[in-house]
Unconditional design. Structure first.
Length: 165
């Protein structure tokens, strides 16, 4: 079990678009396993590779109540998002101590490459959908607070800075 350190905001890598994954290798599978170990240690429901300083379009999501159901994704992309929305309190280990209520589509269809190198499509709903959207934001160099108004974002970042000491 390898738990990786989550890099702190405002590290430039958190604001950079991650590189596409060309093929699934043993190194890719090892990174995914470290990501799952890190996600479980937080505990969290998802993690994107840039959060641990790896600039590849890799993400893991596990919003199951029993755990151990992680979906490993390379190059995930949203194909369809529902018109119905849901609000959820989101946070990030890259900016500890603060969170915000974010409104996102309640359900999404996501396409990705799985651990076998196969292109898959999955329909995700509720927390699964929220988490995959959150992870894709990370892969695109954005954090959840980018969905807030400038005023709310500034308040959140000032609070985070104060907590950091």
């Amino acid at each position: 079990m390898t738990v990786r350190r989550c890099i702190p905001w405002p590290d430039k890598r958190l604001r950079t678009v991650a590189d596409p994954v060309a093929e699934i290798t043993e190194d890719t599978r090892a990174i995914w396993q470290d990501m799952i170990d890190t996600m479980e240690a937080m505990p969290g429901v998802g993690l994107a590779a840039p959060q641990i300083g790896i600039m590849q379009r890799l993400a893991v999501v596990d919003a199951s109540s029993e755990r151990g159901q992680a979906i490993r994704m390379a190059n995930p992309e949203i194909l369809h998002a529902s018109v119905e929305f849901r609000e959820h309190e989101e946070a990030s280990p890259n900016l500890p101590g603060v969170s915000a209520s974010i409104v996102r589509p309640r359900a999404v269809t996501v396409r990705f490459i799985d651990e076998t190198g196969t292109i898959k499509e999955r329909d995700l709903v509720g927390l699964w959908a929220t988490s995959v959207q959150h992870q894709i934001d990370h892969l695109n160099g954005k954090l959840y607070f980018h969905h807030l108004s400038k005023t709310k974002r500034d308040i959140l970042l000032r609070r985070a800075k104060k907590l950091k000491g």
